[in-house]
Design a protein around this ligand. Structure first.
Ligand SMILES: Cc1cc2nc3c(=O)[nH]c(=O)nc-3n(C[C@H](O)[C@H](O)[C@H](O)COP(=O)(O)O)c2cc1C
Length: 330
């Protein structure tokens, strides 16, 4: 068993956190990850209310689990969902905004741990000063919205030197080798996004999953183009998605439609959300978020298998790979 400061703090079995990823991060995915010993996460926003999705996890006995909030979509006069999450999840975490002692205090008042995903050493210090119990260091390799400009290993080294709380590493981690590398460096765990999109439990559209499986190491680009709904926020996507959106015959029109409980809604070109199973249309031209580990994502498997492979493989690598020579020669 890979016990770390993170597993001790949150009470999970292995140091693997699944990233909250919009509609790709279904309750089924979080349940599978938590039941496999990792930390399953729910995103705040979804077609189904947060309370109902939390209830699904509770009914399945999936514990511990966490809830993720994106600051640009969190209205400060409507923090009821933060309070709800704080009362029922083990971890409530935030991304893409300055660390805020008020939000952290709200989480602690509800009884949960507070976390913040950061993109710089300065932001990590701010998160700890705001009272966070853990931070996630997100390297520029990450899929989805990217907070900083520095590669994971350099960022992680700086953050580990700067803060005392457990630090998770995020960005481009898709295989056990990368998990072992960051644990050896001092990370208390990993946060994995892209790899979990290619699982049976993911809510991603099948064409999105197929594009990830077909993509090589150099298939991603850091861009700002999928900005409708969330402007001025760099994100990493498959380059093929940008090309497909640019090539659309009717650039002003809708690219796809989203099935909703009451019918369907148009999705404009350059819309921020990635395609879920509820989408029909030009899926290949939508925001196909992916990290730089995408070339190592080659199969769709159960999420539990991903957790077991990442944690078990890292443990084997850490036990077996380093043989230090005793200077005395004994
Ligand atoms: C499809 C997708 C959606 C994401 N949505 C969120 C989100 O809602 N909140 C968040 O904190 N991070 C989000 N992220 C970023 C992850 O937290 C994490 O930093 C990233 O997935 C790590 O890189 P990787 O994808 O290479 O594993 C998303 C990432 C992806 C791929």
């Amino acid at each position: 068993m890979l016990r770390t400061a993170f597993t001790e703090l949150v009470g999970c079995q292995v140091p693997v956190q699944q990233a909250a990823m919009g509609a790709a991060a279904t309750p089924e995915l979080a349940i599978a990850v938590s039941q496999a010993g990792g930390l399953g996460m729910l995103p705040h926003g979804a077609l189904t209310p947060l309370a109902d999705r939390i209830a699904r996890l509770e009914q399945a006995g999936a514990a511990p689990f966490g809830v993720n909030f994106l600051l640009p979509f969190l209205h400060r006069d409507a923090l009821g969902d933060v309070e709800l999450a704080a009362g029922r999840a083990r971890l409530v975490e935030f991304f893409y905004g300055d660390p805020d002692p008020g939000l952290v205090g709200l989480v602690h008042a509800g009884g949960a741990l507070a976390g913040w995903q950061v993109g710089s050493v300065a932001e990590a210090r701010q998160a700890v000063d705001a009272g966070c119990d853990l931070v996630v260091a997100q390297g520029v390799e990450a899929g989805g919205h990217v907070r900083g400009t520095v590669g994971l290993l350099a960022l992680l080294a700086g953050v580990l030197d700067a803060v005392e709380v457990p630090v998770l590493a995020a960005g481009g981690i898709a295989r056990a080798r990368s998990v072992a590398a960051v644990l050896a460096a001092g990370a208390a765990g990993v946060r994995v996004g892209t790899r979990f999109i290619a699982t049976h439990e993911s809510g991603a559209h099948p064409d999105y999953v197929a594009a990830l499986l077909a993509a090589g190491d150099d298939a991603t680009v850091l861009t700002g183009v999928f900005s409708v709904g969330w402007p001025d926020a760099p994100h990493r996507v498959l380059g093929s998605a940008v090309a497909a959106a640019e090539a659309l015959a009717d650039p002003g029109g809708e690219v796809a439609r989203l099935r909703t409980p009451s019918g369907s809604e148009p999705i404009p070109r350059w819309f921020v959300s990635p395609p879920s199973r509820e989408v029909t249309g030009a899926v290949a031209a939508m925001a196909l978020y992916a990290g730089q580990g995408v070339g190592q994502v080659t199969r769709v498997v159960p999420a539990a298998q991903v957790v077991a492979e990442l944690a078990g493989g890292a443990e084997r690598l850490l036990r077996g790979s380093v043989r230090l020579t005793d200077p005395a020669g004994s």
